[in-house]
Design a protein around this ligand. Sequence first.
Ligand code: HEM
Length: 458
Amino acid sequence: MSRPPLVPTPPLWNLMQWIVQPLNFLERNRDRYGSCFSTRLAKLPPLTFFSDPAAIEQIFTTDQRQLESGRANRILLRMLGDNSLLLLDGDRHKQHRQWLMPPFHGERMRAYGELIQQLTASVTQSWSSESAFLVRPAMQSISLQVILRAVFGLTEGDRYQSLKQLLAALLDFSGSRLSFATNFFPILQRDFGAWSPGGKFDRLMQAINQLIYAEIADRRAAFDPTRSDILTLLLSARDEMGEAMSDEELRDELMTLLVAGHETTATALTWAMYWIHAIPTVKQKLLAELDQLSADADPGTIAKLPYLNAVCAETLRIYPVGFIAQLRIVQSPMEVAGYRFEPEDMLIPCIYLVHHRPDLYPEPNQFRPERFLERQFSPYEYLPFGGSNRRCIGAAFALFEMKLVLATILRQYELELDEPNPVKPVRRGVTIACDSPIHMKFVQNRQPTEDSSQVAMV
Ligand code: HEM
């Protein structure tokens, strides 16, 4: 059995392309080598990208002991610690998923609906007096506050304010290309003083850790089982041996939820605001649907709206924030898509390339939410949250939050895009974000039109 085609350019050149222009890199190689190709980045073992749904299905349905991801995420160790879900494999990974999953689903998740609506209203209230504003900072502020309140259960106060500022600074810093590049050049991670990338990072982490450990200590000392935040649930979690989570485990998982949940949702919301306001028919149809809601519609009803759902789905299709799934490291020889793989080879389900297959998504570069109303896609054809035992634990929560934030804003304000040129995707850390913070103008407060029921829905 043969090996997949190997991109022949030098590993250092590939790495530069991967850091600076990852989507061009993927598209160029797909056009030359097809839906499965291997590449070398710096000194890493060969990485193989897949964009055929049949191959993705094979990877996601293989016995997961055969594929490990935790080791491939070592670059996150300095920020997340070695008890992070993202760095674990095997039984410990399974145990931590069991602890972390429940708060992000069902009734527990829906309990955060009103909080999300209130935070959105409060962050955006200045828009009506500011004629022009930027979308990204507002979306970041909303998603960070949602996480701080839902996950930590923090309420206004000094610790809340300090954590908010420090985390925003850390995530902004780690989103830069320079910071991403330090993962491949460890010398840049060393602390050469507060001005160096390594020094800046270490100082921020120290300050954040102090605050998180102080919160854990206070909450252990005055444990209140009636609270509904995720830290409370984790404090009462026990493994099969009856052991509770240690302070280090708690810190690492809280940090993981913050990092994995905040930037991703803020970026998805920023893209959604852009697309809705860039394409008049999309905005019209969405408003027609939202205007049919009663003034006091509850979060559960809003989350079920079909066109709103299609807009969110299309936002995560066209530029999936996580444009590749986590790397899967092969443990023993195996076959995927007719090719042979050896231990330590790295397999990557390439979300972006699957979402841009013209056989699944005709005119893939067009933003067209209707495609999600016209047909259903399998979990191997549409995978913005990855799959298998590594699928995003925050998927339902992120979609719920996106829908409530967008509905709250669109029902309240009439806004206009103020971007002279089309907005393009660029790397932001391990995600794909807009190359502009999205400039917008406030037009007026809006009221639902009286005959909104007459407007065609799709
Ligand atoms: C629109 C928002 C989001 C997107 C697009 C997204 C996307 C992803 C993707 C693609 C993965 C990798 C899955 C794989 O390798 O198969 C992932 C993993 C993960 N996500 Fe998300 N995510 C989002 C929001 C969130 C939120 C809100 C949280 C939690 C608060 C979260 C927590 C995680 C965690 C902990 C993992 C690692 C799971 C594991 O390794 O077992 N994500 N996410």
